[in-house]
Write a protein that binds this ligand. Structure first.
Ligand code: RIB
Length: 299
């Protein structure tokens, strides 16, 4: 089983010709509203990829909360660990350009008060705890310590990379997933270059696998001293929002059902590619059968 401790947002998306520079105003036509939040997106993606998933997090008591949870409810993700708190649900304002690239500003809202104590007694040795970077960093670290006590595998996608000393968390993680900018930010803090091979060499340990996603170029990963590189299948990208979350959800779901690391990474790559072909972070997360079909074609 996978437990996700993370954010639940409502995404307000505007498609524009190009993303604005600082200080610039760019107009789009209509906006669209989608359920989002990296935690919720990854929970839904893992569920659609075949895992049993429990979500732990917080929404506010406003008109956005039900919309933000609607897809998780429909997919029958266990929401018994989601609390409804005073104040606003987290939101993200997202611009998507003609190439499908995005720019995201988010307001934490109730996510800022998600508490790792809500996880207690819910984790076991056969489980996986998935975390991102939108919950409060102190609570992310606390959640990892609770998981360690319960001998639960820890899957961390530090997006966005939290401020503060990452060392304690990195020591506890079994699978670390970063994109190029997250890897560059972590590398900078450790005085490393932006060379991803150096990043993998530095952070891989016998108990920690590292996966670096490269957008359309695919992925580079390492586990137990073996390096893997897979190109992403060619797709027409419409919206890359949530592609990283689809990748993480499918990868974690595959690892959770004990397929090989190599196959799990291929399933992540397949899910990320499919997710780029539709607008919205959750609506684009693919089903297990589609992930498996595309993953079979990745060599
Ligand atoms: O990864 C995409 C997500 O980032 C969006 O759904 C948005 O809510 C932000 O959290």
């Amino acid at each position: 089983m996978i437990t996700v401790f993370g954010s639940i947002n409502l995404d307000l998306v505007v498609v524009v010709e190009r993303l604005p520079a600082p200080g610039e105003t760019i107009g789009g036509s209509d906006h669209q509203t989608f359920a989002g939040g990296k935690g919720a997106n990854q929970a839904l993606a893992a569920k659609k990829a075949g895992a049993i998933v429990k979500m732990i997090g917080a929404v506010g008591q406003d008109g956005f909360s039900q919309l933000a949870l609607a897809n998780l409810v429909a997919a029958e993700v266990d929401l018994s660990g989601v609390r409804s708190l005073d104040g606003a649900t987290g939101i993200a304002m997202i611009g998507v350009d003609a190439k499908g690239e995005n720019q995201i500003i988010f307001a934490r809202g109730a996510n800022a008060r998600a508490d790792a104590d809500w996880l207690k007694e819910g984790l076991g040795p056969d489980d996986t705890l998935m975390l991102q970077g939108e919950a409060p960093f102190q609570q992310i670290a606390k959640a990892m310590h609770i998981a360690k006590q319960a001998q639960t595998a820890i899957f961390w996608n530090p997006a966005p990379v939290p401020r503060g000393d990452l060392g304690d968390c990195l020591d506890l993680v079994s699978t670390l997933v970063v994109n190029e900018s997250e890897a560059a930010e972590i590398a900078r803090r450790y005085g490393l270059s932006t060379d991803l091979n150096e990043f993998l060499d530095h952070f891989e340990t016998p108990s920690r696998a590292i996966v670096a996603t490269l957008g359309a170029a695919g992925v580079i990963a390492t586990k137990e001293g073996k390096r893997y590189r897979f190109a992403s299948p060619a797709v027409k990208a419409v919206d890359t929002t949530g592609a990283g979350d689809a990748f993480c959800g499918a990868l974690a779901a595959a690892l959770d059902r004990n397929v090989t690391f190599e196959r799990a990474v291929k399933e992540g790559v397949a899910a990320g590619a499919i997710a780029c072909t539709l607008t919205g972070a959750q609506s684009s997360a693919p089903l297990k059968s589609d992930i498996e079909h595309l993953a079979d074609q990745i060599v």
